[in-house]
Design a protein around this ligand. Structure first.
Ligand code: SAH
Length: 238
């Protein structure tokens, strides 16, 4: 008999030192149901079975919490799509002030829907580009944590993310097997933007290929030239 997804979620999170109570498990169940239902008419994710949603979306997102250092008060999730990894981290830690950013309106429409369903507060949803957020003086240098999954190459992500971090804050980027090469290729960009590579941390997810989380810390203010105008970071990575 396969393990039911709720049980797998609770047990795997527990093995990482993360406790989920009944309310949190109920929120994940509502989230999974909403995702599968919306996906039937709007393409949000290629992951469609409940089991896969629990592992590839929920557990993969929660695995970041092991590497965030001191628990963060503020999180910006860039290119959040259907909410990953930002929303599972918010469910894990309801005190987080969360900003979800995606340039595509149908994605942020789903995010509004699911945030209301889950009765989450202190969540801000921005339809726009990560570069615009990073160039806004009210947003720069203020987040404890920035995350981005499956959005861009690490050289591009650090230009999106490092300007938003306060000194000492962290950027967490979950990656596949290419994590190590991407981290090496991004060394120059990380230094240029005021970051420091803390590590590339392997993560084991039940039944999945190897994953690793790139952990970057902000150690110096980012030059106001960065991020460059919308589109440039991806077209001409640092
Ligand atoms: N993070 C989610 C979605 C990944 S798909 C997950 O892991 O499941 C990538 C998403 O990033 C898309 O929804 C796309 O609209 C968004 N995106 C890509 N570049 C962006 C940018 N520069 N600013 C904001 N959103 C961006």
């Amino acid at each position: 008999m396969p393990v039911p997804p709720e049980q797998l979620l609770r047990a795997t999170a527990h093995s990482w030192g993360l406790q989920l109570d009944e309310r949190q498990l109920a929120q994940f169940a509502i989230y999974a149901e909403a995702l599968v239902a919306w996906n039937a008419h709007t393409n949000l994710t290629t992951v469609t079975s409940r089991e896969a949603v629990y592992v590839r979306h929920f557990l993969d997102s929660l695995s970041l919490a092991r590497f965030w250092g001191d628990p963060p008060a503020t999180l910006a999730d860039l290119g959040s799509g259907a909410g990953f990894p930002g929303l599972p981290l918010k469910i894990l830690r309801p005190e987080l002030a969360l900003t979800l950013v995606d340039s595509v309106g149908k994605k942020t429409a789903f995010l509004r829907h699911v945030v209301a369903l889950l009765e989450l507060d202190a969540v801000r949803i921005v339809t726009g580009r990560a570069e615009e957020l990073g160039r806004n003086p009210y947003e720069r240098e203020r987040y404890d944590l920035v995350t981005a999954r499956a959005v861009a190459d690490l050289r591009v992500l650090v230009e999106y993310g490092l300007p938003l971090l306060r000194l000492g804050g962290r950027l967490l980027a979950p990656k596949g097997a290419a994590a190590y090469e991407e981290a090496t290729a991004a060394a120059r960009a990380i230094a240029l933007l005021g970051g420091e590579l803390l590590g590339v941390e392997p993560v084991d997810l039940p039944g999945l290929d190897s994953r690793a989380i790139v952990v970057v810390r902000k150690v110096a203010p980012t030059d106001p030239r960065y991020p460059r105008a919308v589109g440039l970071p991806a077209r001409r990575p640092l």
